[in-house]
Design a protein around this ligand. Structure first.
Ligand SMILES: [Zn+2]
Length: 432
């Protein structure tokens, strides 16, 4: 090859490569104007009529960009994209320990990732444009990969706030009960001792988690005086080291905690949210209300597991009964309640995580409070995303919007049938 063609190639080849690579990238969302018949603003608890929401790229702006397309939802009620602050994309229902073991032992991580992608699509189509995914259950940092794939629009899915494998201690978390001669996989990242737990937090941060999830307690049981207790998984030094290291690295900590034994350990260490909180005693409620520590009640999963698990251990029925009492007392005391369902603990394709709204209203919330829990309150817990603030529809908010037929303030049941979804400025489901 002589010099002249080589010089031409040197100029042309980078241009061709640039065009090929650029074409393969997802295009930024076009400008969009969404015309809403009604719009619920959870921040101010106000209802507006005939509102146009202007979207530029992935965010909401004050005025429509030039050549914006229109999505006509004038026959529907719009509200901000919903947030589920407690999910497991990489789980597909584990009513019994055997079902959990089967997924972790028999399903490869690539297969589980494919199922998780399907779960993400279901969440999105149900109107959940953001999820905080609290543990991959033996699938390492696959949630970080899912977050990336959804954000780049490789496959449709919600914005994911990640926590990697979650954290436990030796002997505290499945897989358990197998021969000591077998090396079984772990459903969590184990650490023992304060230094080891700091190292484990750093390990999680190294691979890109947004939050640290830890399991504060296990083995729930009744005490002779009729109360509930459990085994605290960590020593105060260990759980203190996890929270301190996480906060030092600017990460928040979510604690699975079912009984007061777990709550005391978790709150003393300074965690940022309590997950499940089935048994919230007076001392816990007082501390959480005073410090405005939110809890995710995960009522839908408690309803899902109580039947199958109570066949071998009646504690699950008892925890269900206690959950309702805890919810009512926490609500009355002003504890922030963030919408979180534990979807994945129940099958993504069999139950709609929006069922949680009806449980919350049945247990004493107003429809506004239930909607705020999945928007305003959950958004405050998660903080802003790179696309903008969450749980709102003002300029500067991420362009996440859902629409329903009917009035969710009259019946939150309509939230189980979302008609349109816009996520990060992209129409993922149009009105039917
Ligand atoms: Zn969970």
């Amino acid at each position: 090859m002589n010099r002249a063609p080589r010089a031409v190639l040197a100029v042309v080849l980078p241009v061709v490569l640039f065009v090929v690579v650029f074409a393969a990238l997802p295009l930024a969302a076009d400008g969009l104007v969404v015309k809403c018949g009604k719009l619920l603003d959870p921040a101010t608890k106000s209802v507006k009529t005939n509102v146009a929401v202007a979207i530029d790229g992935r965010g909401i702006v004050a005025s429509p960009p030039k050549d914006a397309k229109t999505l006509d939802l004038s026959g529907f009620t719009c509200l901000p994209g919903l947030i589920d602050a407690h999910t497991h994309l990489l789980l597909q229902g584990d009513a019994t320990p055997a079902e959990y073991d089967e997924q972790v032992l028999k399903e490869s991580t690539p297969y589980r990732a494919l199922r998780a992608a399907a779960a993400g699509r279901i969440a999105l189509e149900h109107g959940f444009t953001t999820v905080r995914d609290l543990g991959t259950e033996g699938a390492g940092f696959t949630d970080v990969d899912l977050k990336k794939a959804f954000a780049l629009d490789i496959v449709p899915g919600p914005r994911v706030v990640t926590s990697g494998p979650g954290m436990g201690t030796t002997g505290s978390y499945p897989l358990l009960g197998f021969s000591w001669e077998r090396k079984m996989p772990d459903g969590v990242l184990k650490c023992d001792g304060a230094d080891d737990c700091r190292r484990a937090v750093r390990h999680q941060v190294q691979y890109g988690v947004d939050w640290i999830k830890l399991y504060a307690d296990r083995s729930y049981y009744r005490t002779p005086d009729g109360g509930f207790s459990s085994i605290a998984n960590y020593t105060p030094e260990e759980i203190g080291a996890i929270v301190d290291e996480a906060h030092r690295l600017r990460k928040k900590v979510a604690a699975h905690s079912v009984t007061p034994t777990g709550h005391r350990a978790a709150l003393a260490a300074g965690v940022d949210s309590i997950e499940h909180g089935n048994v919230l005693d007076a001392e816990t409620v007082k501390a959480m209300a005073a410090r405005k520590i939110p809890y995710c009640p995960t009522i839908t999963v408690a309803d899902f597991v109580k039947g199958p698990r109570s066949r071998t251990n009646p504690i699950w029925d008892q925890l269900w009964a206690a959950s309702q009492d805890s919810f009512r007392r926490a609500h009355a005391a002003g504890v922030p309640i963030a919408f979180g369902t534990d979807a994945g603990g129940f099958d993504w394709d069999k139950r709609n995580q929006a069922e949680e709204f009806s449980f919350m209203v049945a247990w004493g919330m107003t429809p506004w409070e239930a909607i705020r829990s999945a928007t305003t309150v959950a958004a405050e817990l998660l903080g802003p995303s790179p696309d903008g603030r969450l749980g709102c529809l003002d300029p500067g908010c991420a362009a996440d919007l859902v629409a329903v037929a009917g009035d969710p303030l009259a019946s939150v049941k309509v939230l189980e049938d979302v008609k349109a979804v816009v996520a990060a400025g992209k129409v993922v489901k149009g009105a039917r």
